[in-house]
Write a protein that binds this ligand. Structure first.
Ligand code: CA
Length: 245
């Protein structure tokens, strides 16, 4: 029996969804907020087959829940319930990684049909050979980086990085917020040793900053830590906005 998680904070709606999905032949659990949903999905002994996820939730909203799932490599099919059919919500949802959406209020029959369609698609996907490695996409400040294609997307502009640039960027992203020394970069990223000229790194840093439209004098993402190395800041505070406030 397909196992579905309903994530909805309004008790009446959650109960209605649970009742009707059960009547349609599914096993259903419910979570009233995003954090609970993430925990239930992580702890499930047998993975859930689909999630019906409301956008407006206390704490983490539906977009954040979806992004967190995709970032941890969980590709459970998600049907998102958007409060209004605002096009920006729909785009945000697809960008975060939802599979389908349904604006509220919805016809029950349509919801049940959409859930069945999601389950059918994931059954097809399961019968296909799995990918070599699940794709891992980094997102920061409206940009995305896909190490499998080496594509860095800054706003809407795509840049194709070299493998070495990509390795450095991925390392900085993985260690976001931490100071990484030039020595660590050489050894961990490129398997080079201390006696290598560290200026090589600085040239790569200059190129990454250029891709990210950084002002070399006041970089926001790739910050120099004097005498040590660098620190990647994923979500810099907008100093312009603060200064003008
Ligand atoms: Ca809600």
């Amino acid at each position: 029996m397909p196992h579905i998680l309903v994530v909805e904070d309004e008790p009446h709606l959650a109960m209605g969804l649970q009742f009707n999905l059960e009547a349609d032949g599914h096993e259903v659990d419910a979570a009233a907020d995003g954090e609970t949903a993430l925990r239930v999905l992580a702890e499930a002994r047998v993975p859930f087959d689909a999630v019906v996820l409301d956008v407006m939730l206390p704490g983490k909203n539906g977009f954040e829940v979806t992004r967190a799932l995709r970032e941890r490599g969980d590709y459970v099919p998600i049907l998102m319930l958007t409060a209004r059919s605002r096009p920006e919500d729909v785009l945000l949802g697809f960008d975060a990684g939802v599979d389908d959406y349904l604006p509220k209020p919805f016809e029950l029959a349509i919801l049940l049909a959409r859930v069945r369609s999601l389950l059918r698609r994931s059954a097809w996907a399961r019968s296909a050979p799995p990918p070599e490695r699940p794709p891992e996409i980094y997102r920061f400040a409206g940009n995305t980086f896909d190490p499998s294609t080496l594509e860095l997307r800054v706003g809407t502009l795509p840049y194709h990085l070299t493998a070495m640039e990509a390795d450095l960027l991925q390392y900085l992203l993985k260690n976001a917020g931490k100071v990484v020394s030039r020595k660590a970069i050489l050894e961990d990223v490129w398997d080079l040793h201390e006696d290598t000229d560290t200026r090589a790194i600085d040239n790569f840093i200059v190129r990454l900053r250029r891709f990210l439209n950084e002002d070399p004098a006041t970089p926001r993402h790739v910050v120099t830590v004097r005498g040590v190395g660098y620190r990647f800041v994923a979500d810099p505070v907008d100093t312009d906005a603060n200064g003008l406030g």
